[in-house]
Design a protein around this ligand. Structure first.
Ligand code: NDP
Ligand code: HEM
Length: 512
């Protein structure tokens, strides 16, 4: 941005001295012995009021979750043809590039919290495609804590601050999780070393949810997306993460910034797993259940692209704090599945953006559909309308099959065969909220995966023990039983370590 030649007020009026606050001089003038002014300030001093009033309003609401984060710009490149799965135009030619912005984040902490906290990491991306902005709002874990979206506020509250003490509370934390054991798979992931990544550059991203992608013939597949880091997956252990949280809570934000500044651009390879409806019907779990992964052996990864982060933001607030991602920001060939958590997210993100950034959040430059533009003649006015408001274009339109005398140009939507539903409306708990043995099968498989790597099982046991030692005894007993559902030995090992640490200190361990 060009620097203006002189300092001005916000309306552009030049200011001789930015600190020249207007003040009435001393009541009695003594020109022989001039004194600094000591009288009242003047309401007419717009330069001062302009500056203070704007400062008073500098803060906008922080994100209710994922408040602390770091971001960068880059580009996606198609490496392999997947036109049999998806007809997205940005994927139609090998080598084709699309600009993007990413934001990585922790989940539970506030905007000033530590980058090294034990937490899932958000992994969000906005691709500026020719068919509209495509947001991929993922995490660094392939599964999630819930499969019933009404649990989300309850769950998040228990990972945040106790309403009375305003402190993080291990009793709340474990009380919720053990009462909702579909969370076990994600909790095991969280307390493995992957719960404390060493760098935003050195972690994978996963859609977690099942999506539906359509090819040009209108055929669709269920799809899960994996971003695999070329930097490898590198983690901190619990003690390293705790130390770093105290000494350099912004470590990972700076790590991303510096690596890009130094030309060491991070790269991820992009893969899909695909599944047909017929295959989904034979699964031992619901394809809409995001507490489950699709086993690699049955659903192998297929590469389709890579992306590189090669440009830092010039202004964090404008470009990263104000970026607004949503799973509902999508393009015609990539649609949400009926995963109820995903369906709820389609509503929740634009809703929170209207609260956090305002109703015209999509006019903020980083959120504008750069390549495709947008044209929605009925979406008009509202606070901070700054893009011309579509001028004199009529503010309504007829539909494709029902023309009015003003007819906005539009593309006929294609009719595609889709899933068919009928039946009673039932509470979710009847339909999928019930816990089955299979809910513990994949956590058990995860424990076996950890067993193949040096020290990973021991690390999980240690990481849980250190955390749960701060909880009350009856909650600790529930935690041992909870992990034992994945493998009996886990609960016993955690209890052993907790008991020995409590016997040594004679008291609960310090809270983490
Ligand atoms: P596989 O043995 O084929 O895959 C295991 C996967 O686990 C690896 O490919 C890797 O995924 C991930 N992994 C490896 N080491 C670790 C570690 N130390 N911490 C966390 N994750 C690790 O088996 P399945 O596909 O049958 O899955 C078995 C279990 O592995 C699952 O129950 C799940 O808990 C876990 N897993 C599965 C994933 C999937 O999409 N199938 C993805 C991640 C974990 P990656 O290359 O993505 O890092
Ligand atoms: C951020 C809601 C589940 C990934 C957010 C925000 C809300 C929210 C309100 C703040 C957005 C903002 O202020 O800009 C929910 C709800 C969920 C849910 C209601 C379930 C019912 C998930 C899941 C994932 C996820 C399952 C990943 C698979 C993210 C990411 C961000 C985020 C990456 C940060 C986006 C950014 O960097 O701006 N979520 N979320 N969320 N969520 Fe979720």
């Amino acid at each position: 941005m060009a620097i203006p030649p002189v300092v001005t007020t916000s309306n552009g009026c030049p200011v001789a001295d930015p600190f020249s606050t207007q003040r009435i001089p001393v009541a009695t003038k003594d020109y022989a012995h001039p004194q600094p002014p000591t009288g009242p300030l003047l309401l007419q001093d717009f330069r001062l009021i302009d500056s203070l009033a704007h400062f008073d309003r500098e803060r906008i609401p922080e994100r209710v979750v994922h408040a602390k984060g770091a971001g960068a710009f880059g580009e996606f490149e198609v490496t392999d043809d997947i036109s049999d799965i998806c007809s997205a135009k940005f994927l139609d030619t090998i080598g084709k590039k699309t600009k993007l912005v990413t934001r990585f984040s922790t989940v539970g902490g506030e905007k000033g919290s530590s980058d090294s906290a034990r937490d899932p990491r958000g992994f969000a991306m906005k691709l500026y495609t020719e068919e509209g902005n495509l947001d991929l709002v993922y995490n660094n874990t392939p599964v999630f804590f819930i499969r019933d979206p009404t649990k989300f506020p309850h769950f998040i509250h228990t990972q945040k601050r106790n309403p009375a003490t305003n402190c993080k509370d291990p009793n709340m934390f474990w009380d919720y999780l053990t009462a909702n054991p579909e969370s076990l798979h994600q909790v095991m992931y969280l307390f493995s070393e992957r719960g404390t990544p060493a760098s935003y550059r050195k972690m994978n991203g996963y859609s977690g949810h099942t999506y539906k992608w359509y090819n040009a013939k209108g055929e669709w597949h269920f799809v899960q997306v994996h971003f695999i880091s070329r930097q490898g997956v590198v983690n901190l252990n619990n003690e390293e993460a705790t130390k770093l949280s105290g000494e350099d809570p912004d470590f990972q934000t700076m790590d991303l910034f510096k690596s890009i500044e130094n030309g060491d651009y991070p790269v991820w390879d992009c893969y899909i797993q695909t599944m047909t409806l017929e295959q989904a019907k034979k699964l031992p779990f619901s394809v809409y259940d995001l507490t489950k992964v699709w086993p690699h052996s049955d659903f192998p990864l297929r590469r389709f692209g890579k992306f590189t982060l090669n440009k830092n933001p010039e202004n964090y607030f404008a470009q990263i704090e104000q970026v607004a991602f949503s799973p509902s920001h999508t393009i015609p060939s990539m649609q949400a599945s009926n995963d109820p958590v995903l369906q709820s997210r389609l509503f929740s993100y634009p809703d929170t953006h209207r609260h956090r950034l305002g109703v015209n959040y999509d006019q903020i430059p980083v959120n504008c559909p750069l390549k495709s533009g947008s044209f929605a003649p009925q979406i008009r006015d509202g606070a901070m309308q700054v893009n011309g408001n579509l001028g004199s274009t009529p503010n309504y339109s007829g539909a494709y099959n029902c023309p009015a005398s003003y007819q906005a140009p539009m593309k006929q939507s294609f009719n595609v065969p889709d899933e068919v539903y009928e039946g009673e409306v039932l509470p979710f708990s009847w339909l999928g909220g019930i816990i089955s043995d299979y809910d513990y099968y994949q956590p058990g498989r995860f424990w076996e995966v950890l067993g193949k790597q040096n020290g990973e099982q021991e690390a999980l046991v240690h990481n849980v023990a250190v955390h749960v030692a701060g909880a009350d005894e009856h909650i600790r007993d529930r935690v041992y039983a909870y992990f034992s559902k994945a493998n009996k030995v886990i609960g016993e090992l955690i209890k052993k370590e907790v008991d020995s640490s409590l016997n040594c200190s004679g008291t609960s361990s310090p809270r983490l």
